[in-house]
Write a protein that binds this ligand. Structure first.
Ligand code: G3P
Ligand code: CA
Length: 225
């Protein structure tokens, strides 16, 4: 079962920072999960919200700032907002990277960066999963490069997610863990999809979800898994 660290090891370090991803590596996570938006000058920025308000000392929409301006805002007064490239270089193939597309225009930039690391740095498709709640972005990713493993995110309707996963030949389904039962987990696995629920942090929930034999769990506390 894959232990995937949500936004880095968010339970221990500030989310989506180099420090949180290093913590995930230190905890021997099998994978990290992160969120991406674009800067105004087209760089892929690792941040959860569409604004910088909650996590930094600045205010405004991520996509209205250039990368150099975004670098001036700090998380917890100490940490810069990282780019996806910085995370790739930190991880250096040591674990799976689950990139959650949040912002408009992220699909083609992320596909291009994945292709660059595969072609020029000897990474492989198995080093990545691209997921999103925005299924149009997943369709776009798959149209651009059908070899990239896709994870269909859902917090509502598992049957719809399963149908879409079949349509685009996805690799995995990433459900809100509250939706899972033993039966629907089996149904997805019988269709050869990995089942990677999120965000499972409480011991009692971890026990329940593990009892369904899921393929992995996304958690703020990967070491608890
Ligand atoms: O990828 C799973 C999970 O990260 C989705 O929710 O809001 O934490 O991005 P959120
Ligand atoms: Ca996420």
């Amino acid at each position: 079962m894959l232990k995937i660290a949500h936004r880095g090891a968010k339970g221990y370090e500030p989310e989506n920072t180099l420090r949180s991803f290093q913590k995930a590596l230190d905890l021997n996570a099998d994978g990290i999960e992160l969120d991406v938006h674009l800067s105004s000058d087209g760089h892929i920025i690792v941040i959860h919200d569409e604004t910088i308000d909650r996590t930094t000392n600045g205010k405004g929409f991520v996509n209205t700032f250039s990368l150099s301006k975004l670098k001036t805002f700090l998380i917890d007064g100490k940490y810069e907002i990282p780019t996806l490239k910085e995370i790739f270089d930190l991880v250096d193939k040591k674990c799976l990277i689950n990139i959650e597309l949040k912002g408009l225009g992220t699909a083609n930039k992320v596909v291009a960066l994945i292709e660059e690391y595969i072609l020029e740095k000897n990474w492989s498709y198995e080093d990545f999963i691209v997921s999103s709640f925005d299924w149009d972005l997943l369709q776009e990713t798959s149209n651009l490069n059908s070899n990239i493993p896709i994870g269909v995110l859902t917090e509502e309707d598992l049957d719809k997610a399963l149908a879409f996963a079949e349509l685009i030949k996805a690799h995995a389904i990433h459900p809100d863990f509250q939706l899972l039962t033993l039966e629907n987990t089996k149904k997805m696995q019988e269709k050869r999809f990995l089942v990677l629920p999120w965000t499972v942090d409480e011991d009692k929930d971890i026990r329940r979800i593990k009892s369904y034999n899921v393929d992995g769990i996304i958690s703020d506390f990967p070491d608890k898994l």
